[in-house]
Design a protein around this ligand. Structure first.
Ligand SMILES: [Zn+2]
Length: 169
């Protein structure tokens, strides 16, 4: 789970206006279109490589996602609560790491499930997945897992309906 305040180079006490200022400043640095302009203006500039451009695009997506969550008062308070929960949960021993893609979505309950070896389930709500909540306790026993989310960039590719290669490690 990423600290969204850190991504916006801000802190939990910041007002929405302060967050917006931070966001705007970061957008100026990382917006893909700006980078493209720079690239076109300096067509023989060797350091503006394609890789660097992709990295900036990735950064922009991560920054944009943080702003979308923190600029919404409801989502922001949910994030604050989840972040607090997560800090408490970090005390627990982690049994395993599980890819978010390995969770199964259930239409009836609108949650993501992953089976625990006790016969119970690890449960993630849609909001949990949106906030990349990653320290999850089994509903039945006390086992705890860490959920690994793909990079924001792959998520972006998924949204556009492109196939994504998931690397399992
Ligand atoms: Zn269990």
């Amino acid at each position: 789970m990423e600290n969204l305040y850190e991504i916006l180079q801000s802190d939990p006490g910041a007002s929405t206006e302060q967050l917006r200022d931070s966001y705007k400043r970061l957008v100026r640095l990382y917006h893909p279109d700006k980078n493209l302009q720079t690239l076109l203006l300096s067509n023989n500039h060797e350091t503006s490589s394609a890789t660097e451009n992709t990295q900036n695009a990735d950064k922009f997506i991560i920054i944009d996602r943080a702003w979308k969550i923190l600029s919404d008062p409801e989502l922001r308070s949910q994030f604050d609560a989840k972040w607090h929960d997560r800090n408490l949960a970090q005390e627990l021993p982690i049994q395993d790491e599980v890819l978010f893609e390995d969770f199964d979505y259930t239409d009836e309950e609108k949650v993501y499930l992953f089976p625990c070896r006790c016969g119970g389930y690890y449960v993630l709500s849609e909001l949990d997945s949106q906030l990349h909540f990653d320290i999850v306790c089994c509903e039945t026993c006390s086992l705890t897992i860490k959920v690994l989310y793909k990079s924001a960039y792959s998520e972006f590719e998924l949204q556009k309906g492109k196939p994504v290669n998931i690397q399992k490690n």
